[in-house]
Design a protein around this ligand. Sequence first.
Ligand code: MN
Length: 189
Amino acid sequence: MQQLNQYLSQSLKEFRKQKGWSLDRTAKETGVSKAMLGQIERGESSPTVATLWKIAGGFNTSLSSFLEPTPAENQGTIIRSATQLRQKPASDAMLVASLFPFEPRFGFEMFELTLLPGYERLSDPHEAGVTEHVILLSGEMELLLNNRWIPLTQGAAVRFAADKPHGYRNQTEKPAVFHNLIHYQDTSH
Ligand code: MN
């Protein structure tokens, strides 16, 4: 957790510097309050995944770029463990394992996400051309697409245009675990 906060603080400062954005401007672009952004930069806050996603969206960048450094190029086989990577930023009822962080040459990032019972998240549209894939590994969940909650059962695989509002929720008593592959058309992330 400490390490995550440190990395977040670092990367937020770096992204702001790259863009030349003040905290005020960053608050406008991301929809996250200036106070919260300041706390994150000082390492005093553990933002929710929803907040992280907002920040990434404001910078038109991937979520994973706020979770860990972009992997070095020219690596061969990569073996990672969701069990080891799974983390729970802040107090929200969602666990995130960044299985394959965003890399420009591939144009996607892939997560294992766990929705704990009762969790609901509405997502702002990602930038134009972003496509999401949801593959439900275990449990049951619902996906909000075109203003309709669509129930999914284990094994369901869905691809949708994520440049429109969408959402995820789990109304059951058991966790729902899914793979989320987010593909970016513009690979300058
Ligand atoms: Mn999304």
